[in-house]
Design a protein around this ligand. Structure first.
Ligand SMILES: Nc1ncnc2c1ncn2[C@@H]1O[C@H](COP(=O)(O)OP(=O)(O)OP(=O)(O)O)[C@@H](O)[C@H]1O
Ligand SMILES: [Mg+2]
Length: 248
């Protein structure tokens, strides 16, 4: 089966620093895939390569087997790639509804199916569970809720592939559980492929079917959560930061 997304031996060099080294990963539709690794491992840089914000020094990005390496971020959005950011990116002075509407309106530029942005926005507000705060200015909402607004905005472009950079960062335990339940629904009901960068090990291990571990830009291990946790190389990479075992 052709992967929804694959990166093929991606390399990113910043001067003398090799931030990503020959990283090959695959994301499949209907699955949550994890990308983990210590600080500075190259996770966000990988996301930037996939979304077109960072040109790779070498290597390729394929969407359903089609090479999209040279395409602009907006072209990739049209092809069905959406993301959230490690540092929350929302319009703080707009309401939750307006934040989502902006993306739904943008989608009209390429989606000629005649969908109603307002109706789409209402549906997403419900789906993500933020309908009750839809008229609040996002800058006044708690971090957890603002993260959901950012996720909702990503969904408004009707993506096939969703990249979430630290989705649970700043969330309470309860909010993290809600986030996990939401992601499971998106994968099961809508067949989305999700790639998740995450520091919260219990969240990652609980939700991902398959995990890649990056360290100094290299994929040092990959497999099921159980396989990754049992891997001595992974355990060594995490020593002194956080234990992958403790979180299980
Ligand atoms: N634009 C850039 N210019 C130069 N160096 C960069 C740039 N972006 C990232 N780096 C460096 O590349 C390495 C990988 O950074 P990246 O942000 O991808 O790591 P990360 O795995 O997302 O880390 P974190 O868990 O802290 O978010 C780091 O050493 C970082 O300092
Ligand atoms: Mg990062």
């Amino acid at each position: 089966m052709t992967a929804l997304l694959s990166t093929n031996e991606v390399v990113v060099r910043f001067g003398v620093l090799q931030a990503v080294s020959q990283a090959s990963i695959e994301v499949h539709a209907g699955r949550v895939t994890g990308l983990i690794g210590p600080n500075g491992a190259g996770k966000t840089t990988c996301f930037n390569v996939i979304t077109g914000l960072q040109e790779p020094t070498s290597g390729k990005v394929l969407l359903e087997g089609v090479d999209i390496t040279g395409k602009s971020p907006s072209k990739r959005a049209r092809l069905g790639i959406a993301r959230t950011f490690q540092k929350l990116e929302v319009f703080g002075s707009l309401s939750a509804r307006e934040n989502i509407m902006v993306a739904a309106e943008q989608r009209r530029a390429w989606d000629k199916s005649g969908f109603d942005p307002k109706k789409v926005t209402d549906e997403i507000l419900e789906k993500v569970g933020i309908a009750d705060v839809s008229e609040f200015m996002v800058g006044t909402l708690p971090t957890g809720t603002a993260r959901l607004v950012e996720l909702a905005r990503a969904l408004a472009t009707n993506p096939r592939l969703l990249l979430l950079d630290e989705a649970s960062s700043g969330l309470t335990e309860e909010e993290t559980e809600e986030m996990a339940a939401l992601l499971r629904r998106l994968v099961a009901d809508d067949g989305l492929g999700i790639l998740l960068v995450e520091h919260d090990m219990s969240f990652v291990m609980g939700i991902c079917e398959f995990i890649y571990v990056l360290d100094f830009g290299r994929v040092i291990a990959s497999g099921t959560p159980a396989e990754v946790q049992a891997n001595p190389t992974v355990q060594a990479a995490y020593l002194g930061t956080e234990s992958v075992e403790e979180a299980s």
